[in-house]
Design a protein. Structure first.
Lengths: 483, 582
């Protein structure tokens, strides 16, 4: 494609374009959602399209081009990377997901674009068949049929278009457990473990969380697989990195956080298995032994401080993940008055995963939503309140993996939740029974879906249920998607 | 938009780009990024890439072990796998590399710097994929599938995989327990009632209000939490951590390992001259030891061993040998650290004092030295050195204040110093200390080239019972060379004899007065007048007799002076007697 050489954008100009693009993303978010509910002639929808077009034309006037594209987990507008903050995170996430679902790598708008073209484009995009195995091809063909002259689309490049991303995520999950097992077996000797590989693993975990966070969160429903501590550590790692990402930690920090969470229970290597797995209550002596694992782990890790890739926080987290926000818990410090930020994050993830995991010594474990309720009651005392609040927001009212009963009498598993206030009670769920309780490999439905005839939501969650009570292995529903 | 087919011009363009890229990478590996050749390569590469990307939007390269491939065509090959650029990417599992339109020179520079940094690491630590991922260049992307991890993890062991009975997921039936069923029914009822209202209906306006969200106070608090965490010093954090670990470790067999870590840390901070942290560490250990002194004596003893290890003499010796005040930027830390060593650190403190002009620090060092000397003042003795005039005078002042006769030997060396100020200070100190040895040392200053020193030494000689000392002075006066001395110095000699009030001096002075020259001799007259003055200062009765005898001399000056002295002495005696009588 030949294109005239353009003037290099000045920083202030780039800033203005960035601001414009952020507004467009927010508008696009509304349009795509609206297009699912409303007909193209709906006034609200048309108003949003008109507002979007105003922004688009402004961008075209300013820089002569208007292209929205995806590279990795990032949105670009006219080759300017778009950055998001806490406030607009969910708009970005939604648009990114929408582009991904349709395998759209880029959408280019020409200066002559019309309002009707935008309306058509958005309607086709929003209403495309979600089950289509070649969504891009179908969408591109439809747009061609509709004769859109001033909008062109481009397919995602293979690196961003990983067809088997669920499979890949599951693979990384189990590789993580294996990697940890190797480290535990080798007592963390340099010959047995290479932290370079751990960093690479963390990178993959982060990429999967960015790509499809809900599915990866779903994998943390895998419990007691292979060996409790290994599985638990992997879950804590995922939940910590996911929370860290929400908080806006940079990539380096996220890798360090992941490694810290990954090795947080390293001290359990020295704890006798009979005590770790003892059914029933521990006696004082056994409790004392258990409570030594934080500093035993830290003591081991500190000896490897020379390893360049081992972050200091890994030692702190190993030591502090049972210290409460009010500095009670264990171990009791000599002087320190507070714990490290990563320790506070890992503590939340650790607690959540631990109490939602069935253990021989625990008479009852909690469902995911019960666990969050219980944790909320301990905010400020046990957990850092701001971090806990973000964690709860991340997990949602119905955390991924929750087993729910719907008003249709169908039973379902929550597979994806939204951060938007309007949708917080309406996650996406996988139907696992019909209304009579017969098990089925049901579709994934969006609880935001509206019945056009009644103008009411098609389904609503009525209550959460304990999956164990009904022999439901929640993790299986996620693993089944991984092939 | 995407590249559809490869024409010759495009192919040539890419070949040129790759050629320059290879050269740029080689240059970047050899030279720092601001080296002219690297700068030139980057400019050239950026220019070529920009030209290409302006036309084709992106450059997509497939990576093989020994080649870059474009649309199935090997466009660059290097037969040396270990050194080749394709292999550099290939070995870490990268399969594709993309450059996008919009690529900046800074990104390109960062890309080359990243490659350089990775190439400098040992192969097992360096990973170009992770390094590029961390940099997250907007216009340089890559494809590196997770499969690569399988070559690094779990090699030689069975693959972990959870088995799922997919068919089982849609087999059977779930019947809710009665209590759940009841709950479900009642909630359904409640829901249906509420749907009469609004909650079941979709929202009328889904328009978001980003402005309201962005003002979320919680967001700001969170950002501040992150900011605070980012501002923590890793060194401080590590120190705190190690201290806590030492405190918590209760397994004696684990102590050596922790001590190794601690020692390593101590060495690191000493290498960085971070004395504040070193001081903090030792102080914290001491606090732990204090706390455990009663409840865990064994551990307290172990910690004592650690403290001894960290404060052993050789640490100071090493520090002294590498001490460079010009590179010091934490004087407070250094002084806190040295303070923990007590008198052992005196020598280093002396160096600090001498090489630092700041009066505040100097006074603090002196205070520390004073404290160090409180236990054993002699420890400060070796600090008196010719090369440290300022400090030496201060130490001598401390000696003087101490009035401790044990310091006298340390002042003996000063005799051979060159610096007159130190000598004068030592002389004053020696003069104030009541010790025979002090007088003997003062005698050592008498051959000093400086008259001021000699006079001061004489002035500070104290009355003594030691006849040999008086004899020595008398001997010096008798020497021919004495005549060449100034009147001031001569007077100082005779003043001492007067102060000595000794029989020996008295006899010697009488001898001078009784000697009558054949011809008038002004030098002799001068000596006689000095002798009269010395005798006048004496209290022993014999001095009066000698003076009376001298008062009969023909020499007017001697006679007059002697008479005046006799009169003065008599008045003293009369007055003294009179008072007694009253």
């Amino acid at each position: 494609m030949n294109s005239p050489k353009k003037e290099k954008p000045r920083p202030e100009k780039s800033k203005a374009i960035h601001q414009l693009a952020v507004e467009m993303i927010i508008r696009l978010n509304v349009i795509l959602k609206g297009a699912r509910i409303y007909e193209p002639n709906n006034l609200l929808f048309q108003r949003q399209v008109s507002l979007f077009l105003t922004l688009l034309r402004k961008a075209l006037r300013e820089s002569g081009e208007a292209s929205l594209s995806v590279r990795g987990n990032t949105l670009f507008f006219n080759n300017i990377r778009l950055k998001y903050g806490f406030a607009n995170y969910h708009f970005f996430k939604f648009v990114l997901e929408e582009l991904r679902r349709k395998q759209l790598g880029a959408v280019h708008f020409k200066p002559e674009i019309t309002e009707s073209e935008v309306e058509i484009m958005m309607t086709v995009w929003a209403k495309a068949d979600p089950q289509n195995i070649a969504p891009y091809d179908a969408l591109a063909a439809e747009l061609k049929n509709r004769g859109l002259d001033h909008i062109s689309v481009e397919k995602m490049i293979p690196s961003d278009l990983d067809k088997s991303r669920e499979e890949s995520a599951a693979k990384v999950f189990f590789l993580g457990i294996t990697h940890l097992e190797e480290a535990f077996e080798g007592g963390f000797s340099e010959e047995r473990i290479r932290l370079g590989t751990t960093r690479r693993l963390m990178q993959s975990i982060f990429n999967h969380i960015s790509d499809h966070e809900s599915f990866v969160q779903g994998l943390t429903n895998i419990k007691n697989f292979h060996e409790y501590t290994l599985n638990h550590s992997m879950n804590v790692c995922i939940l910590s990195v996911a929370l860290g990402r929400r908080l806006g930690l940079d990539r380096n920090e996220l890798i360090d956080l992941g490694i810290s969470a990954f090795f947080h229970d390293f001290g359990k290597l020295d704890t006798p298995k009979e005590i770790l797995d003892k059914p029933g209550k521990l006696d004082d002596q056994e409790r004392e032994i258990i409570e030594k694992h934080p500093y035993q782990g830290a003591g081991k890790l500190v000896q490897f401080k020379g390893m360049k890739s081992l972050p200091l926080q890994a030692i702190q987290v190993a030591l502090e993940h049972h210290v409460k926000e009010d500095m009670t818990g264990y171990p009791r410090y000599f002087k320190k008055q507070s714990t490290n930020l990563f320790s506070k994050i890992v503590k939340i993830a650790d607690f959540f995963d631990a109490v939602t995991t069935p253990r021989v010594y625990r008479t009852k474990h909690f469902t995911r939503d019960e666990a969050l309720t219980m944790m909320l009651a301990q905010s400020g005392k046990e957990f850092q309140p701001l971090l806990l609040r973000e964690f709860i927001k991340m997990m949602g009212v119905y955390p991924v993996g929750s087993f729910v009963g719907l008003d249709t009498q169908e039973l379902a598993i929550v597979v994806e939740n939204s951060q938007e206030t309007a949708q917080i009670l309406r996650p996406k769920v996988k139907l696992i029974t019909d209304s009579s309780g017969n098990k089925k490999d049901g579709e994934i439905v969006d609880l935001m879906e509206v019945d056009p005839s009644t103008k009411t939501f098609k389904r609503t969650i009525v209550m959460t249920l304990d999956p164990d009570k009904y022999g439901i292995r929640v993790a299986d529903y996620f693993l089944a998607r991984a092939g | 938009v995407a590249v559809s087919s490869l024409d010759q011009a495009q192919k040539d363009g890419v070949k040129e780009i790759l050629h320059v890229l290879v050269n740029a990478v080689s240059a970047a590996k050899l030279f720092p990024s601001d080296h002219q050749s690297v700068v030139n390569f980057i400019s050239d590469l950026h220019e070529r890439l920009t030209r290409y990307l302006d036309e084709y939007w992106k450059l997509e390269l497939d990576i093989e072990e020994r080649a870059f491939v474009m649309e199935g065509e090997r466009i660059f090959e290097d037969p040396h796998p270990l050194k080749s650029l394709p292999f550099f990417f290939f070995k870490d599992g990268m399969q594709k590399l993309y450059f996008y339109k919009g690529l900046t020179k800074d990104e390109l520079k960062g890309f080359l710097e990243t490659m350089r940094a990775v190439s400098l690491l040992p192969p097992e630590d360096g990973d170009i994929v992770t390094a590029l991922w961390e940099k997250d260049f907007a216009n340089i992307r890559y494809l590196a599938p997770d499969d690569y991890l399988e070559t690094r993890i779990g090699v030689g062991r069975p693959t972990l995989r959870a088995q799922v009975d997919k068919a089982g997921l849609s087999r059977g039936r779930i019947a809710l327990a009665p209590e759940d069923m009841d709950e479900m029914r009642s909630r359904l009822l409640a829901l249906s009632e509420s749907q009469q209202g609004q909650s079941g209906n979709p929202p009328a306006d889904a328009e978001p209000n980003p402005a309201a969200s962005s003002e979320d106070i919680g967001t700001r608090e969170l950002e501040s939490l992150l900011q605070t965490s980012r501002q923590l010093s890793p060194e401080d954090e590590y120190l705190n951590l190690v201290v806590e670990l030492i405190y918590l470790e209760d397994r004696a067999d684990q102590f050596p390992a922790i001590v190794d870590v601690l020692e390593q840390y101590h060495q690191d901070i000493m290498r960085k001259k971070d004395f504040s942290k070193a001081a903090g560490l030792i102080r914290s250990l001491s606090e732990i030891r204090e706390r455990l002194a009663k409840k865990d004596k064994l551990k307290a003893a172990l910690i004592e061993t650690v403290i001894s290890l960290l404060t052993r003499k050789s640490v100071l010796v090493d520090l002294k040998s590498s001490f460079d005040p010009s590179s010091l930027n934490d004087m407070d830390g250094l002084l806190s650290y040295l303070g923990l060593f007590g008198p052992e650190a005196a020598s280093l403190l002396a160096d600090v004092y001498e090489q630092n002009r700041n009066p505040e620090w100097r006074s603090r060092v002196l205070e520390m030295l004073k404290n160090a000397g409180r236990g054993d003042i002699q420890k400060l003795g070796p600090l008196i050195q010719d090369a440290r005039p300022g400090l030496s005078q201060e130490i001598i002042r401390l000696f003087k204040e101490s009035q401790d006769s044990r310091v006298v030997p340390h002042l003996a060396n000063v005799v051979s110093y060159r610096n007159p100020a130190i000598k004068l200070a030592a002389i004053r100190a020696l003069g104030s200390i009541t010790d025979e040895a002090a007088n003997k040392i003062l005698l050592g200053f008498l051959p000093d080239p400086s008259e001021e020193v000699r006079v001061a030494a004489l002035d500070n000689l104290k009355k003594t019972e030691d006849i040999s000392l008086v004899s020595h002075i008398c001997g010096l006066i008798s020497e021919k060379s004495f005549a060449k001395k100034s009147g001031r110095e001569k007077k100082a000699f005779f003043d001492f004899l007067g102060r000595s009030d000794s029989e020996e001096a008295c006899t010697f002075l009488a001898g001078i007065l009784r000697k009558i020259p054949f011809l008038p001799n002004p030098k002799h007259t001068e000596l006689c007048l000095l002798a009269v003055s010395a005798l006048a200062a004496m209290k022993r009765p014999a001095s009066l007799d000698i003076l009376k005898e001298a008062a009969k001399r023909r020499n007017l000056k001697i006679r007059t002076a002697s008479l005046r002295a006799v009169r003065a002495k008599s008045e003293v005696v009369i007055s003294f007697t009179g008072r007694i009588q009253q």
